[in-house]
Design a protein around this ligand. Structure first.
Ligand code: GDP
Ligand code: MN
Length: 302
């Protein structure tokens, strides 16, 4: 038996501050991954926060897409974590999902309203497995970063921790070529960062117990103010706005929020599930939820 087989960690002295890097606060980056995109890995590798303070966690579905993603991810990890790479990460954990996934992941199929409850609750189970399996006593922050977020500022972690918020979501946009002008342009992608509205509350009040609202569908007009529409190209990147719902594209969470029990409900929680339900749960636990409307990160364009 090892002599010292009891590990003591005083969570009171685990710091989570606006001066994260200087205080050597550890960050766990969590990514559910159905596809491996080289641009995601490149962007991740370029983050300028000290990599020896960053751990990575992935969860890969147990379907064919997952087989391919896993192979590519493992190859990338092997390269990055090689012995002589000075910028290797502290630790990398890859999980294979034990719960099921949707078969078709084509954008039009996975975004159909009728599959949202099933798809989003599967995603919630995957996210919960990932965070509960990888969070460690030394984790100060958790960054949820989707596998198709292919471009962020290299200072993403410094920029987000600076705000010192319990939950802080970036504005997820997408680059595309405008067909009429042929010029490079950007458009909003993620509509799950929102502020609750009277109309949204009214719709929720009329729902059966097991029914959910998912934002971003004309069939369910909530008139919620969406952070995606608050982007101001000339505005201050540090502008904050209070939110009631968040997406999962790029969200920084204080690890204590998860430790207190905030997770991704796979069941209707105030008629919300997954990341939107998570924001609600964080708020019910007494934490504030914010977004950065002028801080853009970019989603892959399929
Ligand atoms: P969208 O951007 O809202 O259309 O959602 P995505 O389909 O991009 O899913 C969000 C994140 O979860 C991405 O990082 C995907 O790679 C990942 N993902 C999607 N489906 C699954 C799944 O069944 N299992 C796991 N583990 N990850 C998934
Ligand atoms: Mn996506």
């Amino acid at each position: 038996l090892p002599k010292n087989h009891i590990s003591h960690y005083d969570l009171n002295i685990l710091s989570t501050s606006s001066d994260a890097l200087a205080k050597k606060e550890e960050i766990l980056i969590l990514t559910p991954m159905s596809k491996f995109l080289p641009q995601y890995w490149e962007n991740l590798s370029k983050l300028t926060y000290d990599h020896s303070l960053i751990s990575l966690g992935f969860i890969v579905p147990r379907n064919e897409d997952g087989d391919i993603a896993l192979k590519n991810l493992e190859a990338a990890v092997k390269k990055t974590q090689s012995l002589d790479n000075k910028s290797k990460f502290k630790k990398v954990t890859i999980l294979r999902q034990d719960s099921s996934s949707l078969d078709s992941q084509l954008e039009k199929d996975r975004h159909a309203l009728k599959v949202q409850k099933e798809r989003r609750s599967m995603m919630a189970l995957a996210r919960n497995s990932l965070v509960f399996t990888t969070i460690s006593p030394t984790t100060s922050w958790v960054l949820w970063l989707d596998a198709d977020i292919i471009e962020t500022p290299a200072t993403l972690l410094q920029d987000l921790t600076l705000h010192n918020k319990p939950v802080l979501s970036c504005n997820v946009y997408q680059r595309y070529v405008d067909e009429s002008s042929g010029s490079n342009s950007i458009r909003p992608y993620d509509f799950n960062n929102w502020v609750e509205s009277e109309e949204g509350l009214k719709i929720a009040a009329g729902l059966q117990e097991d029914e959910i609202i998912v934002e971003g569908y004309a069939e369910m007009a909530t008139y919620r103010p969406l952070m995606a529409h608050f982007y101001d190209a000339n505005g201050d990147k540090n502008t904050e706005m209070a939110l009631d719902g968040v997406g999962g594209g790029s969200v920084l969470v204080k690890a204590d929020v998860h430790r207190d029990g905030a997770m991704f409900p796979s069941f209707p929680f105030y008629h919300l599930i997954e990341t939107e339900g998570f924001a609600k749960m964080a708020k019910r636990l007494g934490y504030e939820v914010f977004g950065l409307p002028n801080y853009l990160v970019y989603h892959y364009n399929e």
